[in-house]
Write a protein that binds this ligand. Structure first.
Ligand code: CA
Length: 229
């Protein structure tokens, strides 16, 4: 059974999410404040974490950093009443994989959880190519590890999925629409710049410290990964 940690100080919301998830076959731990969330996260292993942003003791950002430091791969979905671009950016920068603004529909939360957990479980069957090398970039699809020039690069689950998708289509320009569908499993929402945001994160981690750039933009068309500009 897949195990989910819910950290949320609004007891009603927390309990409703817990109940909904249990009805859908998940095992759920709830923490009603940041301190409790931190201690549960430190002593258990979870398949996914749902984090409220405003919490007593530690806020969701701080908690997200703690969780990331322990398990770089666990998907983290942030919940918050704030929906500003700055808040989203900060959530993504601190390693959240997705972001839901309250009030949200439980079915939407469930759909996003399923996307993350499905991907986490059923990846290597898609292709038998377990290692991808592009110039000095290496992606180990079994270990989900990425190195460049031999140096390990820490990516969040979503960053990894995006990079792997581009790498599997090396040299091909991939539209944002395709990325939204294949990597995020969503129909393209013109109101979100989440793909640009993630491309920026990847560039910082993959290209920033190297002279030869591997991630490229074809203006108005999409993105591609290639050793040639
Ligand atoms: Ca709260």
């Amino acid at each position: 059974m897949q195990k989910i940690l819910v950290v949320e100080d609004e007891v009603k919301v927390a309990n409703a999410v817990k109940q909904g998830l249990e009805e859908n076959g998940f095992e759920v731990d709830v923490a009603y404040d940041g301190r409790m969330g931190k201690s549960l996260a430190a002593s258990n292993s979870y398949d996914l974490v749902i984090l409220d942003l405003n919490l007593p003791h530690f806020n969701g950002y701080e908690l997200c950093e703690v969780i990331r430091a322990k398990n770089n791969r666990v998907p983290v979905i942030m919940l918050t009443a704030l929906g500003g671009v700055d808040d989203k950016m900060q959530a993504f920068e601190l390693g959240a994989d997705d972001y839901l603004v309250k009030p949200f529909d439980f079915r939407e939360l469930l759909a996003r959880i399923r996307v993350f957990l499905k991907r986490a479980g059923a990846e290597p069957t898609q292709s038998t190519q377990f290692k991808i090398a592009i110039a000095d970039l290496e992606i180990d699809r079994e270990k989900k590890e990425v190195t460049r020039a031999g140096k390990k690069i820490a990516l969040t689950a979503k960053e990894y999925q995006l990079l792997e998708f581009l790498a599997l289509h090396k040299g091909k320009v991939i539209s944002k629409l395709t990325i939204a569908e294949k990597v995020w499993d969503i129909d393209f929402d013109t109101g979100t710049n989440v793909i640009e945001v993630y491309m920026n994160f990847l560039r910082k981690k993959i290209d920033k410290d190297f002279d030869s750039k591997l991630l490229h933009t074809k203006t108005g068309m999409g993105y591609y990964l290639s050793e040639e500009p």
